[in-house]
Design a protein around this ligand. Structure first.
Ligand SMILES: C[S@@+](CC[C@H](N)C(=O)[O-])C[C@H]1O[C@@H](n2cnc3c(N)ncnc32)[C@H](O)[C@@H]1O
Length: 244
């Protein structure tokens, strides 16, 4: 698997199911505003996606004419992307440390994937790595959830974040260490139920701004989502742009 990292490894089974189990994130009303904004920010330059996965965002961005490259920890996820398109080069490695050729107008890291780096040091290194790949004036865009601590009344250990017929998701948070785990219970068409977990480090926007500053970048814009909804105290996510 290459790089030593705190991240969970996305195995071949997970990669094989990814596009189907993430179908709601491929829906045009979710994806199009993200691709619109990223294409706009890339302008006539190239883009680098950290944790590119199977190319959910990178492929439509490439179809807009933006040259896109990627870094991805999981070989099976990268293989899925390569099977779909061969003109989106992917380097398999840790997004905190892997260096790829080129200088980019835009580096981006979406759908909460920064949280896959489960130590502060690695998240700081990831910001430095993003900055290293940017040309002067280039931008780093991160889409990340706001830690859901308001959902946890005192004494409560777990809260549901999704309750549906085919999927129940429950989060547990350790407030002292900023470690979270999402537990997914999936009800399959053959009647079986499977349980899987994903681990993450949750982080406030202000901590990210310091990471950006350490990497020589400053905050240009923070909104709640890809459509530009203003960010406020009730926002459950943010899309933040820092500039070199
Ligand atoms: C939720 S998926 C997002 C994939 C894609 N960006 C998307 O929006 O569909 C998270 C991805 O992060 C990758 N990942 C996790 N830790 C990583 C790391 N340290 N470096 C690079 N990729 C990582 C996983 O293998 C997985 O492909």
């Amino acid at each position: 698997m290459g790089a030593v990292t705190s991240s969970d490894y996305w195995d071949a089974d997970t990669a094989a199911r990814y596009d189907e189990s993430s179908a709601f994130m491929f829906a045009p009303d979710v994806l199009d505003p993200a691709v619109d904004l990223l294409a706009d920010l890339a302008g006539d330059g190239a883009a680098l996606e950290l944790a590119i996965g199977t190319g959910r965002v990178a492929i439509p961005l490439a179809e807009r004419g933006v040259p896109v490259s990627g870094i991805e920890l999981s070989q099976p996820m990268a293989d899925r992307l390569r099977a779909k398109r061969d003109d989106v080069p992917v380097t398999v490695g840790d997004m905190a440390t892997t260096v790829v050729p080129g200088r980019f107008a835009l580096v981006y890291l979406v759908w909460n994937s920064l949280g896959n780096l489960r130590t502060q040091d690695e998240q700081v290194a990831c910001f430095a790595n993003a900055a290293r790949h940017l040309r002067p004036g280039g931008r780093f865009v991160v889409e990340l959830g706001i830690p859901g601590i308001r959902r946890f009344p005192p004494g409560q250990a777990a809260v549901p974040f999704h309750v549906g017929r085919r999927h129940v998701g429950i989060d547990t948070y350790d407030m002292a260490t900023q470690q979270g785990t999402s537990h997914h219970y999936r009800h399959h068409p053959d009647g079986t139920v499977t349980h899987g977990t994903s681990n993450f480090r949750f982080v406030w926007p202000a901590e990210l701004d310091l990471m950006a500053r350490l990497a020589g970048m400053t905050l240009e814009r923070r909104v709640a989502d890809w459509t530009g909804t203003p960010f406020d105290g009730d926002s459950e996510s943010h899309v933040s742009t820092w500039r070199t």
